[in-house]
Write a protein that binds this ligand. Structure first.
Ligand code: ATP
Ligand code: MG
Length: 473
């Protein structure tokens, strides 16, 4: 690998505030006779006064040389990136790369190491992501900014490096990154670049679910994800990435006057707390509405929507547990609390939702309220929340496992053989204890089990009350 040629667009400006660990990495690389730079999104973020998510360095040293300079490093991929572990974290050092052909709209056909920082910057996506700070071995550190990144940073603009049609044609993910960065940074997409996304949106079909998911999840962590989601609608990216959501604009929704279902979804996402699970559930909570619209109602949309949400996330290869948890929130978001709910009804609600999902469901509902032009507290949510907390604090029985007896007791004390009948008795006992916690006592439960087993007491009373008052939909 040749040594870095003199950069063309260098400027001396005050050094960016890089952490001591990063400065040390630069010193080691340059002391080893190499050019080395802090590059990309982390430099953009420090110049904006934001905390970078990760620190990236680039150098003319090839990966094996980087590894020999940093004994505690790992080289695991074919892209020239060495991960260096440092007492204060992990840093990625990537050998300069140059642009090559992309024939599948998603990856370069091969990885080629480059000779200069300019080549490396030219392959990057946006001008604000295509700046470097550092230098050749024995020179002072300088900014390298051949594409006008700092000027675009000052006008808060995202502009493709080079011809946007060509760059989006090479890697369609850059379009998704543009809308994501617009939302996370609060930047505008410059007009030519935006128009090019509109022309090339279809190419997003070639992207893998994993890469879309990574950008979508970052987008959902923006202060107002609606900024990026609206850009997706405007450019046609949404219709490619999430066709079922792209049907929401113009579906009437009787909530905020003059607003449609998509406006409601976006308000709900913005109002949701910044947790991936809840923001995703907010994005998908009404995904079943277009399919269920009949006579001005969306009957059963939460059931249809739960299945659609799961399918959408499966398409993105999201972890199965996340798919299930989001679908569960979508499925249960239509509860309608009434102050006349008995304590037993509150306990059945907790059991149905699951103690681990209660906070997320209430947060989703508060956001849905705000998205409907109501206050977060509508539907007496704070009262329900307080009652749920009280029940949980009392360690009430919510399932078989917490009963004061188990299947072995029923077998040894009453001679009931393991099997479905025994399971039914345990379920029945659980219902009774949820209705009346004081019954959770070994002697009482054995007596009740005996009566249930004899069939002298019908299950009618308890099972008939299960779930009552919980769902309004
Ligand atoms: P974040 O703040 O989320 O980390 P980022 O811009 O730093 O945003 P990374 O995925 O960390 O995103 O990428 C680091 C840098 O690599 C980018 O700033 C950009 O220079 C370059 N880059 C990343 N993805 C692409 C891409 N698809 N095409 C071209 N350059 C890219
Ligand atoms: Mg980054």
């Amino acid at each position: 690998m040749a040594c870095d040629t003199a950069p063309t667009a260098v400027e001396s400006a005050p050094a960016p505030q890089v952490p001591a660990a990063v400065a040390e990495l630069l010193v080691t690389l340059r002391g080893g006779g190499h050019s080395a730079y802090v590059v990309g999104g982390c430099l953009r973020d420090v110049l904006l006064g934001r905390d970078p998510a990760d620190w990236d360095l680039t150098t003319d040293a090839p990966p094996d040389r980087i590894q020999s300079l940093f004994p505690r490093s790992l080289y695991e991929n074919r892209f020239g990136t060495v991960v260096v572990r440092h007492a204060r974290g992990q840093y990625e050092i990537t050998a300069f790369r140059r642009d090559v052909e992309y024939s599948d709209h998603r990856h370069p056909d091969s990885v080629e190491f480059g000779d200069s920082i300019e080549e490396d910057l030219a392959r990057r996506d946006f001008t604000v992501n295509a700046m470097a700070w550092g230098g050749r071995p024995a020179e002072e550190s300088l900014f390298v900014d051949p594409h006008g990144g700092r000027a675009d940073l000052a006008r808060r603009a995202l502009r493709a490096v080079g011809d946007p049609d060509r760059r989006f044609g090479e890697d369609a993910l850059r379009m998704v990154r543009a809308v994501r960065l617009a939302a996370t940074l609060g930047f505008e997409i410059e007009a030519e670049t935006l128009a090019s996304i509109g022309r090339n949106a279809e190419l997003a079909r070639h992207l893998s679910g994993e890469r879309i998911a990574a950008e979508l999840f970052k987008l959902l962590a923006a202060p107002r994800p609606s900024v990026g989601l609206r850009l997706m609608t405007q450019t046609g990216l949404l219709a490619v990435i999430a066709p079922d959501l792209a049907r929401q604009p113009r579906i009437p929704q009787n909530k905020v006057s003059g607003e449609d279902l998509w406006d409601h979804t976006l308000r709900t996402v913005d109002a949701a707390p910044n947790r991936t699970l809840v923001r995703l559930a907010a994005l998908l909570h009404d995904i079943g509405k277009p399919d269920t619209l009949a006579d001005g109602h969306f009957h059963g949309h939460e059931i249809v929507g739960a299945a659609m949400a799961r399918e959408f996330l499966a398409g993105l290869h999201a972890p199965k547990a996340l798919q299930e948890r989001v679908a569960h929130l979508v499925r249960n978001h239509m509860f309608s609390y009434q102050p006349n709910w008995s304590d037993a009804a509150v306990r059945r609600f907790i059991r149905k939702v699951g103690p681990g999902s209660i906070d997320d469901l209430l947060a989703l509902r508060a956001a849905d309220n705000e998205g409907s032009g109501l206050t977060a507290e509508a539907g007496l949510l704070p009262e329900l929340e307080r009652r749920i907390r009280d029940e949980l604090a009392a360690h009430v029985v919510l399932g078989r496992q917490q009963l004061a007896i188990d299947g072995h007791d029923l077998h040894s004390e009453l001679g009931i053989p393991p099997g479905r009948a025994l399971g039914r008795i345990l379920d029945e006992l659980t219902e009774r204890v949820i209705a009346e916690p004081a019954l959770n006592d070994r002697a009482i439960l054995l007596e009740l089990a005996h009566a249930i087993g004899d069939g002298s007491t019908g299950g009618e009373q308890a099972s008939g009350s299960s779930g009552r008052n919980i769902e309004a939909s």
